[in-house]
Every structure is written in C-alpha cells, then in structure tokens.
Design a binder for this molecule. Structure first.
Ligand SMILES: Nc1ncnc2c1ncn2[C@@H]1O[C@H](COP(=O)(O)OP(=O)(O)OP(=O)(O)O)[C@@H](O)[C@H]1O
Ligand SMILES: [Mg+2]
Length: 531
C-alpha cells in the first residue's frame, strides 16, 4: 500500500485539477472587465488610466493635467499613451501596479475614489499583451527624483510582473517621454499597443472624455486623435473638491465573515475596545449596550468569540441606536462645479444643479448630485441624454440596468413642463446623475452600472424632482412670456388702427398722441419681462 506522500503524488499525476491564477481567469474572461470588443476596449484602457491619473492627482491635491495620445499602428491596432502630472510612482511599485492583477492602494480603504479593486490598469496591460503580444512601457517620475522607465509583462500563470527593461532616464535623452510640449515635472506616462477600433459617437473615447470633463471641470485634458486632430477640454475651475477622508466600517454595513476575520487579527484586548477601535460611531456606551443586548461579556478577548456570538453582536448592533457614519469620506463636486461643467461642455440655455445631503445605504455613506441642462446647443445635439457618473467616472454602458435610469423614469417630468415618452423625458435635455460613495455597489467588476438599491434610487429621485421644479419654473415662465409677447404684438398692431376712433370718442383731437398713450398701456400691461 502506498504511503501518504506517494498517494498524493499519484493523485496529482493523474488528476486534471490545477490551481487557476487570477490573471489566467481574467485573461479568459476579459469581457468581465470591459474588454468585450475592439471598440469598447480602447475606451476601457483609456478610462482605467485616466481614472487612475485623476485619483492620483486628487490624492496629492494637484490640479490634473492629462494627455491622451492615440496613433493607429495597423489594422485594428492602436498605440495609446496616457500622461499625467500626478505625484508619480516609486521604482519598487511600478512593476506590481502594471504587472500584477489585484494590486493597489485603494481596495482596503473606505474612502471615495474612482478606483476600488486594484485591477484596472494591470488588466489593461494584460489586454495589450494578449491582443498584440506587446508589454507595457511606463515612465514615472517623482518630484526631485530621476525618471524610471520600465517595460513590464505579466506572467499570467503566476500573476507576477516580469521586468523586461528597467532603466533610469536622463531628462535630456531622446527616450524621455514625448516631445517637450507634454513634459511634466512629475507624473506617469503609460504606453500600450492594443487591439482597438477608434470610432466616434456615443460609445467613443471622445464622448468618454467629454463626460469626464463635465464632472471634473478642474482638470485640463487633451486628446490627440489618430488623425492628428487635437481636442482640448479646458480647465474652468482652479479649485479641487474637498479631499475625502478615510473612515472605518460601520457596524450596519459589515458581513459576518468579515468580522470573523477582524476578530482574529485585531490587537484589541476586549470585545468592547474591539468594537470601538475597528468601527466608526461606536463609543464606550454603545459598545456596552451592544454587548448587553447580545448577551456577550464585553471584557472578553475578541479572538475567543464564537461565530454565533459575533452574529448576535451584529444583530444587536441593528437594534442599538448608532449614529450614521461620518460623511467627510465623501467628495461630491458641489452644485457650483456641476454647473460649470455642464456650461463649458454643453452650452445650454438653462442649467441647474442639486447636491443632496449625504446619507447611508447598508452602512455605506453616499451622496447624490444631479444637474439638468436644457436648450441652447443641446437643441442641435439631439433630444435627450443621460450623463451617468459614479465617483466622478462616466458610465457609458448598461444604461437600462443602472439605478440612475430607473430614478429618471420614476419622475413625472410632465409636471415640470417637459414632455415625456415611454416614461422618459424628451429633450432638448441632458440629465446628469452622480453617486459618490466609499463603496459604489456596481452590478459587475466592469463597473458599468450601479445596482438598483431603494435608498439610492430614492435620493436620486428626490434630487431630480428638486432640479426638475427649477427647470419647470424656467420653462413655464418662458412659455408665458411667449404668449404675452404675442398678445403685445397684436395689440401694438391694433393701436394705429384704433387710435383715430378712440380719439374721436374721447373728444381728443390728436390721433398720434392717442396712439402713443395706447402703446404705453400695452407696454405696461403686457411686458413679458415682468412675468
Ligand atoms: N497614474 C498613476 N499615478 C499614481 N499612482 C497610480 C497611477 N496609476 C495607478 N496607480 C496606483 O496603482 C494602483 C493600481 O491601479 P489599478 O487601476 O490597477 O487599481 P485601482 O485604481 O486601485 O482600482 P480599480 O481596479 O478599481 O481601478 C492604484 O491603487 C494606485 O495606487
Ligand atoms: Mg484604477
């Protein structure tokens, strides 16, 4: 009979079972991350890089300057280059950021940011490698430091970076990224060759950048299209939104398994101090109340808690009154910037914006902002469109699955003088909806649509109704003015005809004077401006 080791070896030899690395999984399932086809993939690659650049700039309170350069290098192949003026990455971090999936600085933080998962840019590098066989090239420079250039490939079986080139670049050398027009003192440049289709229209790089420019009006973004055409999305505000703070989880939003892990690794000596240290809004009194309610001794060591006891603590926390989590972990852009963004990119006749007060879904703070842009240049662009955002990132796909669309459909737009068809408003109207949260509940890893949670949809509907009332008042006034103008014109044209007859009836000889008097009366009583 074989011993244990021999038995194991036999099983492994004859078995089809193998471990699968996360990189192998996503290489096969790249559609889950937004790489379904060549048209969408170029948007995804640029979106992942631009999101990171904006996050990195805001983290260090730098006004963002981002350049996106695209060249066609073959049939359905493009070289894309994204440069930013953020703080840059250090030498040790660069290979892992671009050559290892699920590696990042944001996943473990409860703080509003565009990125969450630590997979966006490495998955883009993997897509490049998969479709053109080319590794990613990265230049990164921190202030006062030399510029590092790396060429990195992902070893998909191991999900580890494979460094092909690693050098320090002299600023005057020809290899320094790009022409001096684009030179930044600090920042990161990424270059990738990818299978791509550069198109125009709703699902395009241009539209993604235009939407980004609306929600990030403090950024300057430049796009160079494959034709050489340059488009600038200018900066119209020098003020960055307030930087979000990191918070701890709230007891109303954590799962049992997570707390089981937390009790194992916590340095707290008692259950009471564990609850106070690891969770937001738990003080000594509420910790005691929770433990009493759960029937657990608050002086016990946390790692002695059984699964059932943790469950009792979580249930008790639902019954004990806890303050909502603090909301300084959020960074909405505010009504003023929403208006600036809409005006600069859409040039509407009327625009209005609402930023709601922060609130909570499943223990996670969130805030909703909406904007309405009506008339002006939008008349030419089309009838109605949605501008959907999550943490300032445009969402271009999966509209019908998104809570924003559901909220728009819940509003009775006809009450605001806007015609409606199939539950949707008609143009010339653009409706902007933004959710900012420490954890946006996306419907999938591709981060394309936000889940339809009641609390979130309600906030969106209330904000839309508030903004709708303002737009309704504007349109109503405009319509009344039109009617008044028409009446005024009609009466003015009668004044000349009626003046002689009225002058005669009134026994006044001067017809011209009578005409002037009638005209003055019309002006006084039918002035559209006074409505
Ligand atoms: N241009 C950049 N400047 C500075 N740091 C960057 C830049 N790009 C990426 N990083 C760092 O690399 C990490 C990994 O980026 P990646 O896009 O893969 O994940 P993420 O942004 O954390 O989350 P997500 O997968 O949701 O995008 C980031 O967390 C950030 O710390
Ligand atoms: Mg990212």
């Amino acid at each position: 009979m074989p011993n244990g080791v021999e038995q194991q070896a036999e099983i492994e030899e004859g078995s089809d079972h193998r471990e699968i690395s996360v990189a192998e999984f996503f290489e096969k399932n790249k559609h889950l991350l937004g790489f379904e086809n060549a048209q969408k993939s170029i948007i995804t690659v640029i979106k992942e890089a631009v999101d990171n650049s904006l996050d990195a700039c805001e983290e260090d309170e730098i006004l963002p300057e981002i350049h996106v350069l695209i060249d066609e290098i073959g049939d359905d192949k493009c070289r894309v280059e994204i440069r930013d003026n953020a703080i840059g990455l250090d030498r040790e971090t660069i290979p892992k950021v671009f050559g290892k999936l699920l590696y990042g600085s944001k996943f473990h933080k409860l703080q509003q940011s565009r990125g969450q998962q630590g997979i966006g840019i490495s998955a883009s590098a993997m897509y490049a490698q998969l479709t053109t066989g080319e590794p990613v090239t990265v230049w990164s420079k921190q202030e006062g430091e030399p510029c590092h250039r790396f060429v990195v490939r992902i070893d998909t079986e191991e999900n580890e970076p494979e460094i092909i080139e690693d050098e320090v670049i002299d600023e005057d050398s020809d290899e320094f990224p790009g022409d001096k027009d684009y030179y930044f003192d600090h920042g990161t440049t990424i270059e990738m060759d990818i299978e791509a289709k550069y198109t125009k229209g709703h699902h395009s790089v241009r539209n993604y950048l235009k939407h980004t420019a609306i929600m990030n009006p403090y950024a300057r973004i430049v796009l160079r299209e494959p034709s050489g055409n340059k488009i600038e999305y200018p900066r119209v505000s020098k003020e960055l939104p307030e930087k979000p703070k990191e918070i701890k989880p709230h007891l109303h939003g954590v799962e049992l398994g997570v707390v089981m892990r937390m009790v194992e690794s916590s340095s707290a000596r008692t259950v009471s101090s564990f609850l106070q240290q690891e969770f937001t809004r738990v003080g000594r009194t509420s910790a005691q109340e929770i433990c009493d309610e759960a029937g657990v001794d608050d002086g016990r060591r946390p790692n002695t808690l059984e699964k059932d006891e943790i469950e009792q603590i979580l249930n008790a926390a639902e019954r004990v009154k806890l303050q909502s989590p603090p909301t300084d972990c959020l960074s909405p852009i505010g009504e003023d910037l929403v208006l600036k963004g809409l005006k600069k990119e859409l040039n509407p006749e009327f625009s209005t914006a609402i930023t709601r007060k922060p609130t909570v879904y499943k223990g996670n703070p969130f805030v909703v902002e909406v904007g309405l842009a009506w008339g002006g240049d939008i008349e030419e662009e089309g009838s109605f469109d949605e501008l959907r955002y999550a943490n300032k990132v445009p969402l271009l796909y999966k509209k019908s699955a998104c809570v924003t669309t559901k909220a728009i459909e819940e509003v009775d737009w006809s009450r605001y003088n806007i015609s409606q068809s199939g539950g949707r408003p008609q143009g010339p109207l653009y409706v902007l909806v933004h959710i900012a949260s420490v954890w946006v509940p996306f419907t999938s890893e591709g981060k394309e649509a936000v889940a339809n949670y009641d609390d979130i949809r309600k906030e969106m509907r209330l904000a839309l109704q508030e903004a709708g009332r303002k737009l309704g008042r504007y349109i109503g006034r405009k319509e009344r003015q039109k009617i008044q103008e028409k009446k005024k014109r009609k009466l003015t044209s009668y004044a000349k005809e009626m003046a002689p007859a009225i002058a005669q009836l009134a026994g006044e000889g001067d017809e011209e004077e009578m005409e002037n008097k009638i005209q003055k009366l019309v002006e006084r009583d039918y002035n559209p401006e006074q409505l």
